[in-house]
Design a protein around this ligand. Structure first.
Ligand code: CA
Length: 218
């Protein structure tokens, strides 16, 4: 799951970024609202966490623009203001949930799971293909009826392949799913994870087409 965080407060931004990564979300953090539109066009996200009080373009304007652009991704608003009018305004503008500052990190995670669970069309609760059952929100994988412990990146790669079952997925697309901005991508990283996944699920479950990518055949 990939989260776009828009927060100008450096300390809060760092706290959220670190906490979300520990919860095994891929996180990209923007300090202002201006680049949000272009960022969402360039990269698929599962959730937007948006601060309302931003320098330059205010969060509410970012939100309205996003909905005007027909983006359906779930939006969790963060704000220091906590009046009923603000809350109604935010929800009316297309936010899915609203969290007044200060908040508890467990509360953030609970809201995120709930949003992802009921969230956009991309998010279904359980995905099933070739004997692999994957729950993207709870981050649970079962294979042949037994649950498996995967690392965050193994899980991220598997999730992309399962979501695209039957279709080849390119290496850059897989890299995008496991790295946040600023992290260096090793040249054979995807191959390493694919090979680990093959050990778990059997090599026939992930096909390689040279120069094209990888797929789980259906
Ligand atoms: Ca702020």
């Amino acid at each position: 799951m990939r989260v776009l965080l828009v927060e100008d407060d450096i300390q809060l931004g760092q706290t959220l970024e670190t906490a979300l990564r520990l919860e095994q979300y891929a996180v990209d953090w923007l300090r202002s609202g201006e680049p949000v539109r272009a960022t969402l066009r360039a990269t698929p996200y599962d959730l937007l966490i948006l601060d309302l009080g931003l320098p330059g373009v205010p969060g509410m304007q970012v939100l309205r623009q996003l909905r005007a652009d027909k983006h359906t991704l779930p939006v969790l608003l963060l704000t220091a203001r906590n009046t009923v009018a603000d809350k109604v305004d935010g929800l009316d503008s297309g936010a899915d949930d609203y969290l007044p500052k200060p908040f508890d990190m467990d509360e953030v995670f609970a809201r995120i799971r709930s949003l992802l669970r009921r969230g956009s069309d991309r998010t279904v609760s359980r995905l099933e293909v070739a004997g692999i059952v994957l729950d993207p929100v709870e981050r649970v994988v079962e294979f042949d009826g037994a649950s498996l412990d995967l690392t965050a990146r193994e899980f991220a790669i598997l999730e992309i392949l399962v979501r695209n079952a039957g279709r080849f997925v390119s290496r850059p697309r897989l890299e995008e799913g496991i790295y946040s901005w600023g992290e260096e991508i090793g040249s054979n990283t995807v191959e390493v994870y694919i090979s680990r996944l093959r050990k778990r699920f059997g090599s026939e479950r992930i096909e390689t087409m040279r120069g094209v990518g990888y797929r789980i055949p259906t």
